[in-house]
Write a protein that binds this ligand. Structure first.
Ligand code: ADP
Ligand code: MG
Ligand code: MG
Length: 877
C-alpha cells in the first residue's frame, strides 16, 4: 500500500471506493485488481478537490508533494520519466466524479510531450504519431487549462489543411504537423502574452487544478441539477499513463456497451476508429465504424476485448459502458461503468440478468430507477400514420418527439419553456446540455450511437436521432434543408428515436404501451412491497387509468373540480350568494344530483377498492369572479348606462366578492372551516357519496369502500363536529335506502397543529391522510406558488435546501411532522390507517421515508402509480 492522504496508486484502490476515487478511479482500480489490462495510474481523491473548493481554490499543503511522490512511483513502475528526452512518460489527466457525468468535465491527454521529448516519443519508429500527439496536446492543454479560445487552434488547423489541399486531419504529413505545432505554440504564447509554460511538471499541476475547476463549470452544474447530484461531492483526478490509439494502422480506440442501451438486447453495441485518439470516436469529426468490423482489422485484440467485456459484465452483474484503446495490437481498457440506458432497456436487462441467473429478482428490482420509468409512460407514434419519412439517421435514443425547431442549445433552453422544441445540431457537444434538457428530442447531422449526445439523451429518456447525413443545417440562418425543402424555426418535425426516422409536421400519437418486461418486474415489486399504492383521481377517466396502472384504490378524490365545471358554476354561485338557509338549500339541491353522478362514475371504475373522497376544500371566492374584474364590470355598466337590474345584480355579486375576499386565502376560510360555517355543504356531499355508492352496488353487485375525508382540520373539535354532520346524514341516507353499507370518516393531517395534536384528533378519525403539499407550505411557512417563482430555485442551486421540498419531502421537518402524526394517532388508536396524498406520494425518495415511518399507503397521480410501486418495493429492499 503506497497511498498517502490525498493520492492513491492504481493498486491501492478497488471498485468499492467510488466516493473517494470517483467512479472512473474505482473502476480502473477494480479492473486492474481483476487482471484486466489497464494503463498504470494514480488517483487524486475527491477529498482533495473538496478541500481545494473549501479553501477557495488553494490546494491542501501536502497535495503537490504527494502528487510528486506518486509520480516518482509511477515513473519507477513504468521505467519512463515525465520530461525524460529518451524515455518520456506521457500522461492523461482525467476527471472522475462519484456518479458518472459523461463528457461534462475536462480531461487532458498527452501531457509530457514537448520539444525535449517529442524525439524520444518518436523513437519507437513513428515520427508522425509523435507530432500528432504533440499538436493534440497543445490544443487540449491550451483550451482546457489555459482557457484559450478553441477557434484559435481550429482556425490554424483548417488553414494548414487548406494550404496543403487535404480534407482530413489524418492526411497531414509529419512535416505538416511539425509546422502546425510551431504555429500552435506561437498562437498559444500570443494568447497568453508570453506566459505559455513548457515545463511538464508545472503543466501537470495546472492540469490537475483545471480538472478540479471543471467540477464547477456551467455544463457540469446544469447536469448535476438535472440529476440531483450534490456539488459538495467534488471530482477525483485520475493521472494515467497514456496508451496510444494513434500509433498507426494496428492501433485504435473505441467505446462499447455490453448490451444495446436503447433496447436492452444482448448484442454487440460499439464503435471504433483505427489510428485515432481520445474523443475522436465520440466527437463526430470522423465517422466511427461499428465494432463488429474490428474482428477483421484487429482480430486478436477484438477477441480479447470481447472476453474482457463479458468478464466485467459478469463481475459487476450489470450492463457496462466501456472505453478501450489498442496500441500496436495490444488492448487496454480505460474505463468501465454501469451503462446509461433507457427505461425499456433497463427493464429488459434486469429481466434477462435474472433469467441468466446472474442476479436475483430483488437485485433486479433494486437496479430499476423508478423515476426513469416515467419514460415508458409517454405516448409513441401511431404505427398507422401512413407518412413518408423525410430523413433517416441512427436510432440513438428511442421514443417519439415533436416540436418546433431550435438551432442552438441557448434557443432551446429559452423556447423550451414555452413550447415543445426539437434541438437540431450538426453534432451536439457536452456544452449543449442545457438545451438538451429543455428539448423534446435531439436531431443531429453527425455523430454516432455512442456520442456524448446519445449517451446523455438516453440517460434522460429524450428521443434522439443522430447522424442524419442527408440534412444540411445552417445555424446562422436557423434553417435545415432536408431533400429540397427548407425548414425553419416555425416548422414542426416529428422524430422517431426508435427507428431513426424524421417526419415533417406532427404525427399522430398513441398512448404508451406497457410491455411484458414491465409487467413482469412490476409483479416482483408488488410481491415485495409493504406500502399500498393508490391514486389521486377525481373523474372516471383518471380512475380507470389509475386502476389499469395498478392503483389499489383512490387516496384522494377532490370534489372541487366537480364544482368548477361550467354547467355547475351557476348553481354553485347561487349557493354561495344565498341570502338565507332556504336559498342555500335550494341551490345545493341542484348540485346534489350532479355530484352523485360524478361519484357514480368514479365508484363504478373503482368498485371493490377503497375510495377516499375529500369534502370541499378551496375558499369559496375561487368560484366567484375576481375582485378587480368584477369592479370593472360594474363600473363599465354604470358608465355605459346599463340596465338598472343588471347593475343591481352585478353590484350584489361584487358585494359578495368583497365579503369573501381574503388577504391570505391559503390560510383562510377553506377546508373544514367552510363546512363549519355552512354544514349544508358537507351534508349535501355526504348524501351524494352514499347515494352513489348504493347505486353502483345496485347496478354492479359491488361497490367501493367509502372513505369520507374532512380537510384542513387543526382542532379535534372541528373534526368531532364535522364528523357528526357526516354520520348523521349518511346514516339517514342508509336508513332510507333500507340497505346496509359501510363507510368510514377520517381527516387530512395537513397543518402542523394537527400533526402534533394527532392523538386528540385520532379519537374522532377512522383514518389519517397526510396532505403533504399543504403540510409543506404550512410546516416550512412557504407558499408554493410564490416560492417556486422566487427564492426557492436559488435555494436549491445554492444547496440551502437539498431539494425542492414540494418535489421531495423535507425529511427532517415535514417528514418529522408526519412521523409525529402517525405515532400520536396510533398511540390512541392501534393500527390507525394512515396514508399520504400529496405530490410526494409519487416521489421515490419520499416514498422511502413514508415506508420507514410505517404509513399504510401512498397516493399519487395515475401515471406515477407504476413508479410508486417500484419505489415502494425498493424501500423495503
Ligand atoms: P470522459 O469522462 O469525458 O469520458 P475520460 O477521462 O474518459 O473523459 O477521457 C476521454 C477519452 O480520453 C477517453 O475516452 C479515452 O479515449 C482518452 N483517454 C483517457 N485516458 C487515456 C489514456 N491513459 N490513454 C489513452 N487515451 C486516454
Ligand atoms: Mg470516458
Ligand atoms: Mg390540502
Amino acid at each position: 500500500m503506497a497511498h498517502t492522504e490525498y493520492v492513491y496508486d492504481l493498486a491501492d484502490g478497488d471498485g468499492t471506493m467510488k466516493t473517494l476515487l470517483g467512479g472512473k478511479g474505482a473502476g480502473v482500480a477494480e479492473m486492474h485488481r481483476l487482471g484486466v489490462p489497464v494503463p498504470d495510474a494514480f488517483t487524486v481523491t475527491t477529498h482533495a478537490c473538496v478541500e481545494t473548493m473549501n479553501r477557495k481554490g488553494e490546494w491542501p499543503e501536502t497535495l503537490w508533494s504527494e502528487v510528486e511522490e506518486a509520480l516518482t512511483r509511477l515513473e519507477e513502475r513504468t521505467g519512463l520519466g515525465l520530461g525524460d528526452p529518451e524515455k518520456p512518460l506521457l500522461l492523461s489527466v482525467r476527471s472522475g466524479a462519484v456518479q458518472s457525468m459523461p463528457g461534462m468535465m475536462d480531461t487532458i491527454l498527452n501531457l509530457g510531450v514537448s520539444d525535449e521529448t517529442v524525439a524520444g516519443l518518436a523513437a519507437g519508429g513513428d515520427e508522425r504519431f509523435a507530432w500528432d500527439s504533440y499538436r493534440r496536446f497543445i490544443q487540449m492543454y491550451g483550451e482546457v487549462v489555459e482557457g484559450i479560445e478553441p477557434h484559435v487552434y481550429e482556425d490554424a488547423l483548417t488553414a494548414i489543411k487548406n494550404e496543403k489541399g487535404v480534407e482530413n486531419d489524418t492526411d497531414l504529413t509529419t512535416e505538416d504537423l511539425k509546422e502546425l505545432v510551431a504555429r500552435f505554440k506561437k498562437l498559444s504564447n500570443e494568447a497568453l502574452g508570453g506566459e505559455w509554460t513548457s515545463d511538464p511538471k508545472e503543466q501537470l499541476k495546472r492540469a490537475i487544478n483545471a480538472v478540479f475547476q471543471s467540477w464547477l463549470n456551467p455544463r457540469a452544474e446544469v447536469y448535476r441539477r438535472a440529476n440531483n447530484i450534490s456539488a459538495a461531492l467534488g471530482t477525483a483526478v485520475n493521472v494515467m499513463q497514456m496508451v496510444f490509439g494513434n500509433r498507426g494502422e494496428t492501433s485504435a480506440t473505441g467505446v462499447l456497451f455490453t448490451r444495446n442501451p436503447s433496447t436492452g438486447v444482448d448484442e454487440l453495441y460499439g464503435e471504433f476508429l483505427v489510428n485515432a485518439q481520445g474523443e475522436d470516436v465520440v466527437a463526430g469529426i470522423r465517422t466511427p465504424r461499428p465494432l463488429e468490423e474490428m474482428e477483421e482489422v484487429l482480430p486478436d485484440a477484438y477477441r480479447e476485448l470481447l472476453d474482457n467485456m463479458k468478464k466485467m459484465e459478469q463481475h459487476y452483474k450489470d450492463m457496462q459502458d466501456m472505453e478501450f484503446t489498442i496500441e500496436n495490437g495490444k488492448l487496454y481498457l480505460l474505463q468501465t461503468r454501469n451503462g446509461k440506458r433507457t427505461a425499456a432497456a433497463a427493464l429488459k436487462v434486469a429481466n434477462d440478468l435474472v433469467d441468466e441467473g446472474v442476479i436475483t429478482k430483488e437485485e433486479a428490482l433494486a437496479r430499476i430507477e423508478p423515476a426513469q420509468l416515467d419514460q415508458l409512460l409517454h405516448p409513441g407514434i401511431d404505427p398507422n400514420h401512413g407518412q413518408q419519412s423525410i430523413a433517416k439517421g441512427l436510432p440513438a435514443s428511442p421514443g417519439a418527439a415533436l416540436g418546433k425547431l431550435c438551432f442552438s442549445a441557448d434557443d432551446a433552453d429559452v423556447r423550451g419553456d414555452n413550447e415543445p422544441v426539437i434541438l437540431v445540431r450538426f453534432e451536439t457537444t457536452p456544452d449543449d446540455i442545457h438545451g438538451v434538457i429543455k428539448a423534446q428530442g435531439v436531431l443531429t447531422a453527425h455523430g454516432g450511437m455512442t456520442s456524448h449526445a446519445a449517451v446523455v439523451a438516453r440517460g434522460m429518456g429524450k428521443p434522439c436521432v443522430a447522424g442524419a447525413h442527408g440534412i444540411k443545417i445552417n445555424p446562422e440562418a436557423k434553417t435545415v434543408t432536408i431533400g429540397d425543402k427548407e425548414y425553419g424555426e416555425d416548422d414542426t418535425l416529428t422524430l422517431d428515436g426508435s427507428t431513426g426516422e424524421v417526419y415533417a409536421g406532427e404525427l399522430p400519437l398513441v398512448p404508451p404501451q406497457i410491455n411484458d418486461d414491465f409487467q413482469h418486474i412490476v409483479q416482483w415489486a408488488d410481491e415485495v412491497r409493504r406500502l399500498g399504492v393508490r391514486a389521486n383521481a377525481d373523474n372516471r377517466t383518471d380512475a380507470m387509468k389509475a386502476r389499469e396502472l395498478g392503483a389499489q384504490g383512490i387516496g384522494l378524490c377532490r370534489t372541487e373540480h366537480m364544482f368548477m365545471a361550467e354547467d355547475r358554476l351557476p348553481a354553485v354561485r347561487e349557493m354561495i350568494l344565498a341570502e338565507n338557509d332556504q336559498e342555500r338549500a335550494a341551490a345545493l339541491e341542484k348540485i346534489l344530483p350532479m355530484q352523485q353522478q360524478d361519484f357514480e362514475g368514479i365508484f363504478d371504475a373503482m368498485s371493490g377498492l377503497p375510495v377516499t373522497v375529500r369534502l370541499l376544500d378551496p375558499p369559496l371566492h375561487e368560484f366567484l369572479p375576481n375582485l378587480v374584474e368584477q369592479s370593472l364590470k360594474v363600473q363599465e355598466l354604470e358608465l355605459t348606462g346599463g340596465a338598472a337590474e343588471d347593475i343591481e345584480r352585478e353590484k350584489h355579486l361584487l358585494g359578495q366578492v368583497k365579503k369573501l375576499h381574503e388577504q391570505n386565502p391559503m390560510l383562510g376560510t377553506r377546508g373544514c372551516r367552510l363546512g363549519m360555517l355552512y354544514p349544508e355543504i358537507p351534508e349535501m356531499q355526504t348524501r351524494a357519496i352514499i347515494r352513489a355508492a348504493l347505486a353502483v352496488r345496485k347496478a354492479k353487485g359491488e361497490t367501493v369502500d367509502v372513505e369520507i375525508m374532512i380537510p384542513l382540520v387543526a382542532y379535534a373539535e372541528e373534526l368531532k363536529r364535522q364528523r357528526a354532520v357526516v354520520v348523521e346524514t349518511a346514516d339517514e341516507e342508509i336508513a332510507n335506502s333500507g340497505e346496509e353499507i359501510n363507510y368510514t370518516v377520517g381527516t387530512m393531517i395537513e397543518l402542523p397543529r394537527a400533526a402534533v395534536t394527532a392523538d386528540q384528533i385520532a379519537e374522532h378519525a377512522d383514518f389519517f391522510s397526510f396532505g403533504t403539499n399543504d403540510l409543506t407550505q404550512t410546516g416550512i411557512g412557504i407558499s408554493r406558488d410564490d416560492a417556486e417563482q422566487g427564492f426557492l430555485g436559488q435555494y436549491v442551486i445554492d444547496e440551502v435546501m437539498p431539494r425542492n421540498p414540494f418535489e421531495s419531502v423535507d425529511r427532517d421537518g415535514v417528514g418529522e411532522l408526519v412521523r409525529i402524526g402517525v405515532d400520536k394517532g396510533r398511540s390512541v388508536k392501534n393500527g390507525l390507517k394512515t396514508g399520504v396524498c400529496g405530490e410526494h406520494g409519487g416521489d421515490p425518495e419520499s416514498i422511502d421515508l413514508f415506508n420507514e415511518i410505517g404509513l399504510d399507503y401512498v397516493s399519487c397521480s395515475p401515471y406515477r402509480v407504476p413508479i410508486a410501486r417500484f419505489a415502494a418495493a425498493q424501500a423495503v429492499l
